[in-house]
Design a protein around this ligand. Structure first.
Ligand code: SF4
Ligand code: SF4
Length: 244
């Protein structure tokens, strides 16, 4: 890790050798999620599951929500989540065998399944809970018992396509593009609107930007595997109605 100055230099100015945002000659892909447009339809989650055959019980992207306001003026507030493809990713630094790495052109943080020893160091270091262990039994692939996460659909992007979740988003709440290109839609959205990233205090420099996020709720839904009270309640009502 390199520093831009001597002792006393502000932490905000710290530059890591991993960073690709603002670097000349390389692309830096990012995603903007406009929460004013997200209707919580979960099409992105389904598209992602289909694209990668993501097993039951684990997710590359998920859409937690919270009910806010007071009856009768209540609404659901969604906060879609995925790997932030951090510009200074702690998961890359934590991996003892370089199974997790960053692609210079594009800034994708990826995973090499063959190298991964399943130690979970990357899972422990990710402040966004974006990684999970692939379960032992899978029906369509032999890749199991290694860590996985969102790849920003690297395989699609290198073919000039957008990620599956972006392609399928009915409200166009998800927009994807090169943050290093000032003319890209993502750069212009971030420049035009106040955007937020999750947990900026962690210094990871996330490349998923939210428009319209409630500052008080940006921690919400981080732990996908914890029961969410509102969703749990809905599940109970559904099960009762359908006698499940
Ligand atoms: S969100 Fe987590 S898994 Fe993704 S790059 Fe950042 S630290 Fe790594
Ligand atoms: S679980 Fe795999 S990718 Fe994660 S730190 Fe260990 S070896 Fe690296």
């Amino acid at each position: 890790m390199t520093r831009t100055g001597g002792v006393g230099m502000s932490e905000e100015l710290r530059i890591s050798e991993h960073e690709t945002r603002g670097k000349a000659g390389v692309r830096r892909f990012g995603m903007v999620i406009d929460l004013r447009r997200c209707i919580g339809c979960d099409a992105c989650m389904v598209a992602c599951k289909a694209e990668f055959d993501v097993p039951i019980g684990v997710f590359r992207t998920w859409v937690p929500y919270r009910v806010v306001g007071k009856y009768p003026t209540v609404k659901k507030q969604f906060l879609p989540r995925l790997c932030n493809h951090c510009d200074d990713p702690p998961c890359v630094r934590a991996c003892p065998v370089e199974a997790t790495f960053k692609v210079e052109d594009g800034g994708f943080v990826l995973q090499n399944y063959d190298r991964c020893i399943g130690c979970k160091a990357c899972m422990a270091s990710c402040p966004y809970n974006a990684r999970f262990m692939l379960p032992e039994h899978r029906t369509r692939t032999s890749i199991t018992q290694v860590v996985d996460k969102c790849t920003f659909c690297y395989h699609r992007v290198v073919q000039g396509l957008v990620p599956a979740c972006v392609q399928t988003c009915v409200g166009r709440a998800r927009v994807f593009g090169d943050m290093n290109d000032p003319n890209s839609e993502v750069s212009q959205l971030v420049a035009r609107h106040g955007s937020q990233t999750l947990r900026p205090e962690q210094g990871t420099k996330p490349q998923v930007f939210y428009i319209g996020a409630d500052r008080n709720l940006t921690e919400y839904g981080r732990n996908i595997y914890d029961p969410v009270p509102e969703q749990d309640e809905e599940r109970v009502i559904f099960n009762r109605k359908n006698e499940v």
